[in-house]
Ligand binder design. Structure first.
Ligand SMILES: CC(=O)N[C@H]1[C@@H](OP(=O)(O)OP(=O)(O)OC[C@H]2O[C@@H](n3ccc(=O)[nH]c3=O)[C@H](O)[C@@H]2O)O[C@H](CO)[C@@H](O)[C@@H]1O
Ligand SMILES: C=C(OP(=O)(O)O)C(=O)O
Length: 418
């Protein structure tokens, strides 16, 4: 029952180390299912979702060992093909074991993940794609029962939407399928490229990462490898907003401009300056924040995972802004909480109109999902007075050492256990 207490009004200045990416590290761990040899992953973030993935892999019989700071060694034989409800319901990314289990063991039983605070999030594209590769899928009792008694066969999959998770599931399944698979309208997020690079280091034959069409020549077996998880572009963008909203100056060590796509341009439009050097991204604001219009899109467009953080920042920008959320149907849960802190945000269907106010005021607020949680921290950093943020288990899913990183740059933030 921890909460954060933030006393706002401090300008942030200093350096923040960007951790390895949650949304890549989780998938790279799952790739460890594709061969019994050791996959050694470094730069793995120390966050709750990674611990949940360790639990899931161990339930499948896999050995996961810590072998040094932020380094995991994953290997061994799969002894169970069931991803149970208690873990899948905790973390949707668990669905990613479906493709690798089918590829290695020709059968899998994975709990349906269901929706979450940000949307209904069906997995139909994952399942239809696996059917193209020859899997038989049945839904029963809240579980996906999948089998491919003769093994998976290569095929041509056209995704109706460039789903990140479906691309990753199908990509991993296809590495061991018989023949060639083409995934058309594949997601182009940097985390997909990271997964492709890791799979290729394990002996897979995949081309086209980042292009929208992935071509996978199935191989008989993969082998062990060592691979470093890419830096977390969403954590990096989040701390860039912390510099923006506090009028600060931060060096985000390890941050990479290319991975951030439209976020860099949008930061600059709001009046936040971004420069890249060999150590990372320097982000600072010296003038006023200006309102902008944002539409969330698949990469390289503006990421939905940065929407809430920008909304907090734009709530104190000069003029009006609009944010249109096109990826998830219910990702404005932070709006009422920001409004309780004095923001003037009006949701209208898939858009929200934000009228910049001069200042926010601290208040008790509740986190509703991972990125929404951080938007409330950002608002608290800029607000007058004290903000108490509850339900921070959402935040712990994906951000490592938030209070430590922010306090080192001058924020007045503490974590208290009630
Ligand atoms: C662990 C992880 O990496 N999570 C990220 C991943 O989630 P995730 O992989 O779940 O996101 P997707 O790209 O699959 O989802 C995008 C949209 O497609 C819909 N959809 C998806 C699959 C499907 O079979 N049917 C369907 O309708 C979803 O409901 C959603 O509306 O990409 C999202 C979009 O960048 C990010 O916000 C998440 O942080
Ligand atoms: C939505 C997110 O994660 P997940 O897909 O794991 O819910 C996120 O990282 O913002």
């Amino acid at each position: 029952m921890d909460r954060f207490i933030i006393r706002g009004g401090k300008r942030l200045e200093g350096e923040i180390d960007i951790a390895g990416a949650k949304n890549s590290g989780l998938k790279l761990m799952v790739a460890g299912l594709l061969c019994p040899d050791r996959l050694v992953l470094s730069n793995v973030p120390q966050i709750a979702d990674i611990r949940t993935m360790c639990d899931l892999l161990r339930r499948l019989g896999i050995t996961v060992e810590e072998c040094g700071l932020r380094t995991l060694s994953i290997g061994g034989e799969i002894t169970s093909v069931e991803a149970p409800y208690d873990i899948v319901s905790k973390m949707r990314a668990s669905i990613l074991v479906l493709g690798p289990l089918l590829a290695r063991r020709r059968e899998a039983r994975v709990s349906l993940p269901g929706g979450c605070a940000i949307g209904t999030r069906p997995v139909d594209m994952h399942l239809k794609g696996l059917e193209v590769l020859g899997a038989k899928i049945e839904l029963e009792g809240g579980y996906i029962n999948a089998s491919a008694p003769d093994g998976l066969k290569g095929g041509r999959i056209i995704l109706p939407f460039a789903s990140v998770g479906a691309t990753e599931n199908l990509l991993m399944a296809a590495t061991l399928a018989d023949g060639r698979t083409e995934i058309v309208n594949a997601a182009r997020e940097p985390e997909i490229t990271d997964l492709v690079n890791c799979l290729n280091a394990m002996g897979a034959q995949i081309t086209g990462a980042g292009s929208g069409t992935l071509v996978i020549e199935g191989v008989k077996a993969l082998h062990g490898a060592e691979y470093a998880v890419m830096p977390d572009r969403i954590e990096c963008g989040t701390y860039a907003c912390a510099a923006g909203i506090t009028g600060g100056d931060l060096l985000l060590v390890g941050g990479r401009a290319d991975d951030l796509g439209a976020v860099i341009r949008t930061l600059e439009e709001t009046g936040v300056e971004v420069t890249e050097d060999a150590r990372g991204l320097r982000v600072r604001r010296t003038g006023i924040l200006r309102g902008v219009d944002i539409v969330t899109e698949p990469y390289p467009g503006f990421p939905t995972d940065m929407q809430a953080q920008f909304m907090a920042m734009l709530s104190v920008a000069e003029g009006a802004s609009t944010i249109t959320e096109t990826i998830f149907e219910n990702r404005f849960m932070h709006v009422p909480e920001l409004n309780r802190m004095g923001a003037q945000i009006k949701p209208q269907g898939r858009s929200a109109i934000i009228r910049g106010v001069e200042r926010l005021s601290g208040a008790p607020v509740m986190a509703t999902d991972l990125r929404a949680s951080f938007s409330l921290i950002l608002a608290g950093l800029a607000a007058e007075g004290e903000t108490q943020l509850g339900d921070i288990h959402h935040l712990d899913r994906g951000y490592e050492g938030v209070d430590r990183k922010l306090a080192a740059c001058g924020a007045d933030i503490e974590r208290v256990t009630l």
